[in-house]
Design a protein around this ligand. Structure first.
Ligand SMILES: Nc1ncnc2c1ncn2[C@@H]1O[C@H](COP(=O)(O)OP(=O)(O)O)[C@@H](O)[C@H]1O
Ligand SMILES: O=P(O)(O)OC[C@H]1O[C@](O)(COP(=O)(O)O)[C@@H](O)[C@@H]1O
Ligand SMILES: [Mg+2]
Length: 320
């Protein structure tokens, strides 16, 4: 029977992680469990940094970006020896199950711990929206809205100076941020890692728009597709258009969560604790269609939600 849970955040921070820490803590306490927070993700399990969490400890954080528990990318945790040490520490502290709030890498870490006999459950938290077992990850909506606001500002200058604004956004392996922000901002083109990038085609597209009377354009580049600076250089060398470059960087990852992210964080938290209490674990919580589901790690790849090809086509059709 589960009486005490641990909770940690891992990988890149994402807006809404705090709302999930609050949701997990308060809902678990409501159900009669006690809660331990682990600091700095898997690293905290190795450096033994933990703290008890009660209702008041998670007060005043629902609207804050980042994560009050801190986070880390812990390379040591890839080794089985380290995973065994972490599992032993969890047992020593009478933690019966662990809630991991993080992205795809953190889910692999949780799966590794479950192989060491620790019941784990994952709440998807990453701005990248690139996890199996869910159509939505906490933080994505906030980031898309932040990028949109930035692009709208950059557009003013692009328009006023008749320039091509090249904007590099995050997404090493996935183009969701670029695609969604691109469609929302009315970009002329998006470059994503899921599609081969032809800068020649991009320039043809921009030249054609220019011939049709467009004096300025927006090109959004996911960092995993290509470096924004390479796109800038190519446009400068191969067209008569005048590009400018903005690399958005970490402004995309911080900030207060949107209503959607704070709501999803709370709903995912409730589902995670309900699952643990009913003996369902080693699962990733996720939104699949209209439902909030718990999918075993081993089955999560069957619920892989790729980039929406229709949206990708539409960006380019509308951006002429
Ligand atoms: N294959 C793996 N086995 C064990 N732990 C992993 C594995 N992949 C990632 N992790 C752990 O999860 C952490 C976060 O993963 P990362 O990919 O950086 O971020 P995210 O979870 O946000 O995608 C890593 O630093 C590591 O500690
Ligand atoms: O914080 P770092 O180490 O610079 O990592 C940058 C990466 O983290 C992200 O912001 C989020 O990715 P994860 O959620 O997988 O950690 C990516 O979009 C970006 O490529
Ligand atoms: Mg990731």
């Amino acid at each position: 029977m589960i009486t005490k849970i641990g909770v940690l955040t891992s990988g890149g921070d994402a807006p809404g992680m705090n709302a999930a820490i609050r949701g997990v803590t308060r809902y678990a306490i409501e159900q009669g469990l006690s809660v331990t927070g682990i600091i700095r993700g898997y690293e905290g399990l190795l450096s033994h940094e933990i703290m008890p969490l009660d209702r008041r400890d998670v007060g005043g954080i629902i609207h804050r970006g980042g994560t009050m528990l801190r986070t880390a990318r812990c390379l040591e945790f890839m080794e089985e020896k380290t995973q065994k040490e972490a599992a032993a520490y969890i047992r020593e502290n009478d933690i019966d199950a662990l809630v991991v709030i993080g992205g795809d890498g953190s889910m692999r870490g949780a799966q590794a711990l479950s192989k060491q006999g620790i019941p784990t459950i994952v709440i998807p938290g990453t701005i990248d929206n690139d996890m199996d077992g869910t159509e939505y990850t906490i933080g994505f909506d906030t980031t898309v809205n932040t990028v949109l606001q930035c692009v709208n500002r950059i557009r003013d200058t692009a328009y006023s100076h008749d320039r091509v604004a090249v904007i590099e956004v995050m997404g090493r392996h996935a183009g969701f941020i670029a695609l969604h922000a691109g469609l929302a901002a009315g970009a002329e083109a998006v470059l994503v890692p899921e599609h081969d990038v032809s800068l020649e085609d991009l320039c043809m597209h921009l030249n054609e728009s220019h011939r049709m009377g467009k004096m300025s354009s927006i090109v959004i580049v996911a960092e995993g597709a290509m470096k924004g600076s390479d796109v800038y250089d190519y446009i400068k060398e191969h067209t008569y258009l005048e590009p400018n470059l903005t690399v958005l960087g970490y402004v995309q990852r911080g900030g207060s969560p949107t209503a959607r992210d704070a709501i999803m964080a709370s709903l995912f938290s409730e589902k995670a604790i309900d699952c643990l209490l009913s003996g369902t674990y080693n699962c990733v919580i996720g939104q699949i269609g209209e439902t909030i589901a718990a999918t075993p790690y081993t089955e999560a790849p069957r619920y892989h939600f790729p980039l929406d090809e229709n949206m990708y086509r539409l960006v380019h059709q509308l951006g002429r």
